[in-house]
Design a protein around this ligand. Structure first.
Ligand SMILES: [Zn+2]
Length: 293
């Protein structure tokens, strides 16, 4: 159901208008906007980066490796899901991967920035895409699975965002998250990407549990590529974020891209066999919302 952001009345179905107070979300550029004040002026991300992202995601080892792991986690832990919301879906690269693997699932994507949704709607003509702020989640017990991939680190009040995710999941459903890991990997790349933090497993677990979730699986990934990641941060160190040209992050020789891709495949096999990798550039977490909640 939807909780009216204006009067907190519960709407049993996804409705465009609150029957109690008459509130209805504004529509901008064809998208329902539940937090319209932030649709074009939110923080935590530079919306000008969406076009570069959309161009560079295709074929890139990191985005493809992450997609593979996410699709595997959804099939393993939530094979029965019928509805799925990705919070902070950006350009829709992950959501399209999910759509290809779960053709029968009702797919929803949300994004703070309308400019991201425009790229997502080109990739996902059949998904429901809305503008909203996870910290003011309008959905309650609505989705079998809610996901956020490399989103929480952009949000100052990540605790509130996670409570929003918890609210949106049906009891018995779950959440799938990825976040950048290890504060010691912090670099100008994080500053350029508007990150608030990189997580430790301890901090992420605490955050997820205090929102009410039970952790089912938690593992690092991008572990075997950690030496390459460290080297690129040490040798490619820039004085400040302004010096980093975002496209440089993606400017990888095709041969190197293919080698890195094979390494991530190998790593993914280990994770699928049940190995929880202790260190890595990122962390994948799967958690359940208890039935009695
Ligand atoms: Zn209302």
């Amino acid at each position: 159901m939807i909780v009216c952001p204006s009067c907190s009345a519960s709407l049993e179905t996804i409705s465009r208008e609150c029957t109690t107070c008459g509130f209805s979300p504004e529509v901008h550029e064809g998208f329902e906007c539940w937090a319209p004040e932030l649709a074009f002026a939110g923080d935590g991300f530079n919306p000008e980066c969406f076009s570069g992202l959309a161009r560079n995601e295709e074929g890139h080892f990191w985005f493809n490796g992450r997609n593979r792991l996410i699709v595997w986690a959804l099939k393993k832990y939530f094979s029965q899901m019928t509805s799925y919301l990705e919070v902070g879906c950006g350009t829709g690269y992950v959501l399209r991967g999910v759509a290809e693997n779960f053709p029968a699932v009702k797919l929803f994507g949300s994004e703070l920035f309308v400019s991201g949704l425009k790229f997502a709607s080109a990739r996902l003509p059949d998904a429901t895409l809305v503008q909203m702020d996870a910290r003011k989640m309008p959905y309650c017990n609505e989705f079998d699975v809610v996901a956020a991939f490399d989103v929480l680190e952009h949000i100052e009040d990540d605790e509130r965002a996670l409570q929003g995710l918890f609210s949106a999941v049906k009891p018995g459903g779950g959440v799938v998250l990825t976040v950048p890991q290890h504060a010691w990997l912090w670099s100008a790349v994080d500053e350029c990407a508007c990150h608030q933090r990189r997580y430790s497993s301890h901090d992420l677990h605490k955050l997820v549990k205090s929102a009410g979730f039970q952790i089912m699986r938690s593992t690092s990934f991008v572990s075997f590529l950690l030496p390459a990641m460290l080297a690129s941060r040490v040798f490619g160190r820039k004085e400040n974020a302004q010096e980093i040209d975002n496209s440089n992050e993606f400017n990888l020789h095709p041969l190197l891209n293919s080698i890195f891709s094979s390494i991530l495949r190998l790593e993914s096999c280990l994770i699928q066999l049940g190995v929880n990798l202790p260190v890595g550039g990122s962390r994948l977490l799967v958690a359940r919302k208890p039935l009695a909640s």
